[in-house]
Design a protein around this ligand. Structure first.
Ligand code: CA
Length: 220
């Protein structure tokens, strides 16, 4: 899962980036509204954390532009304390949720998990595909109740597929959603991760749809 982090305060941005990366997200970042708008317009993100008070172009304007262009990415806005009208304006401009500064990283992560699973049409934080379960809160994957040990990249690939039950996901899409923009991307590595997942999980679970990508198949 890939997050666009927009915050002009360098200290807070660094803290948020570290917390998001530790939670397993690929993170792209912007420190002003113009760059944020461009990145959100051109990149593939699973959610955006958007500060409203930004230089060059304010966060509310960025959000309005994305929404009027039809961009549906979940957006969580960061608002100043005691500014209720900013929250109202943000939600009316198309924000999906808000957090008031200061906040705890755990709360930000919980809200992001909720936004991302809702965007996939999923209500529960425990994702299931037959006997396979992935707990988005703990990052634990189990097969018939037994823990499956995965590397962080294997987990990212599996988590992305499990957020899109029944959908065929291309290698390009997987690559875009598990790596940040400045990362050395190579869609061949996706095949490697899928190959490793097939060794750790029932091999038929991840179906290859020739020429299109991969799909999770619930096993009987
Ligand atoms: Ca700010």
């Amino acid at each position: 899962m890939r997050i666009l982090l927009v915050e002009d305060d360098p200290t807070l941005r660094a803290q948020l980036r570290a917390g998001l990366q530790e939670a397993g997200y690929a993170v792209d970042e912007a420190d002003n509204g113009r760059d944020a708008h461009f990145l959100g317009d051109t990149g593939s993100f699973d959610a955006v954390v958007l500060d409203l008070g930004l230089p060059v172009l304010d966060g509310l304007s960025v959000l309005k532009r994305w929404r009027s262009a039809g961009r549906v990415v979940p957006v969580l806005i960061l608002t100043a304390r005691d500014n209720w009208s900013e929250k109202v304006a943000g939600i009316d401009a198309g924000a999906d949720d808000y957090l008031t500064k200061p906040f705890h990283m755990e709360e930000l992560l919980a809200r992001l998990r909720a936004l991302i699973r809702r965007a996939g049409g999923l209500a529960s934080p425990l994702l299931q595909c037959g006997d396979l379960a992935l707990d988005t809160r703990s990052g634990r994957v189990t097969l018939q109740g037994q823990t499956v040990a995965l590397t962080s990249h294997e987990y990212k690939v599996l988590a992305y597929l499990m957020h899109r039950p029944g959908a065929v996901v291309s290698r390009t899409e997987l690559t875009e959603h598990i790596y940040a923009q400045d990362f050395e991307r190579d869609s061949n590595t996706i095949e490697v991760f899928v190959g490793r997942l097939r060794k750790k999980l029932p091999p038929a679970l991840i179906e290859t749809v020739r020429g299109l990508g991969y799909r999770l198949v619930p096993l009987p």
